[in-house]
Design a protein around this ligand. Structure first.
Ligand code: BG6
Ligand code: MG
Length: 220
C-alpha cells in the first residue's frame, strides 16, 4: 500500500496553538470578557472569522461586519507579531523526524490547514520543502469540519482518500478527516478528539511502518 500523509499545521507540526490562544484572549479581554481553556478547544481548526463569531457569542457581544473585520485584523496583527519571531525550535517533538522519515521513503506529504498564515510559519520553521502540496486557509472556501481542505490535499497528491492519513489536534479537523473517509491520527487526548483511529501525545510516538499498518488494517 502506498500511503499519503496530510498534516494539520497549528498544534500538530508547530506550537502555534498557544499563540492563537494568547491573541484571542487579548482580544476578548479588550472587549471586557474572558473565555476558558475548554472553550479554546472549540476554536482549534476553525477559521479566523468563525473563531471570532464564537468568541463574540461567548462574551454576549454584538458587532457588525465591518467591526468584525477590524477585530479579526487586530487579532491577526498580534498573532503575526508572535509567529514572525518563530524558529525551527518551535517545531513540535517528533514532527521533523516523521517528515524526514516519510520523505526518505518517497511518501507524499500535504499540508491541510485552516490558517492563512501557513506560508510564514512553514518558512520561519524551515518546513516548507517537505510539502508536495499545500492547502491552507487561502485555498479553501469552507472551514473544518467540512472535508474540503483534506479532499483538495488528496487530489493534489493524486492519492485515494482510503490511503490518506490525516494528523489532527482539533476536534473539527478529526471530523473533517472522517467526512473525507480518511484515517486519522489524533494528536492529543481521546476525550477531546472522538472518532480518531489512534491518539498520540506528539508525533515522536509514530513510525512510518505503524502508519502503513494502520491504513492496511482499516482497508481490510
Ligand atoms: C487553525 C487554528 O489551524 O487556523 C485556528 O487551529 C485558527 O485556531 C485557524 O483560527 C486560522 O488561522 P489564521 O492564521 O488564518 O488566523
Ligand atoms: Mg490544529
Amino acid at each position: 500500500t502506498t500511503i499519503a500523509c496530510i498534516f494539520d499545521l497549528d498544534g500538530v507540526l508547530v506550537d502555534t496553538a498557544v499563540y492563537h490562544y494568547q491573541a484571542w484572549k487579548k482580544l476578548a479581554n479588550s472587549l471586557g470578557f474572558d473565555f476558558s481553556h475548554e472553550q479554546n478547544e472549540q476554536l482549534k481548526g476553525v477559521n479566523r472569522m468563525r473563531s471570532l463569531d464564537k468568541i463574540l457569542d461567548w462574551g454576549g457581544v454584538q458587532k457588525n461586519n465591518e467591526e468584525k473585520e477590524e477585530l479579526a485584523t487586530l487579532k491577526n496583527t498580534w498573532y503575526v507579531d508572535m509567529i514572525s519571531k518563530m524558529s525551527a525550535a518551535e517545531v513540535l517533538p517528533g514532527s521533523l523526524e516523521l517528515l524526514q522519515a516519510l520523505h526518505a521513503k518517497g511518501i507524499k506529504i500535504a499540508l491541510g490547514s485552516a490558517s492563512k498564515n501557513s506560508g510564514l510559519i512553514l518558512e520561519r520553521t524551515n518546513l516548507t520543502h517537505f510539502f508536495d502540496a499545500i492547502v491552507d486557509g487561502n485555498a479553501v472556501t469552507t472551514s473544518k469540519p467540512d472535508p474540503e481542505v483534506f479532499v483538495k490535499g488528496a487530489e493534489l497528491l493524486k492519492a485515494a482518500a482510503e490511503n490518506c492519513i490525516v494528523f489532527e489536534d482539533a476536534s473539527a479537523g478529526v471530523e473533517a478527516a472522517i467526512a473525507a473517509k480518511m484515517t486519522v491520527v489524533g494528536v492529543g487526548e481521546e476525550k477531546n478528539l472522538p472518532g480518531a483511529d489512534i491518539w498520540v501525545k506528539d508525533l515522536s510516538a509514530v513510525s512510518v511502518q505503524q502508519l502503513i499498518d494502520l491504513v492496511v488494517q482499516k482497508n481490510k
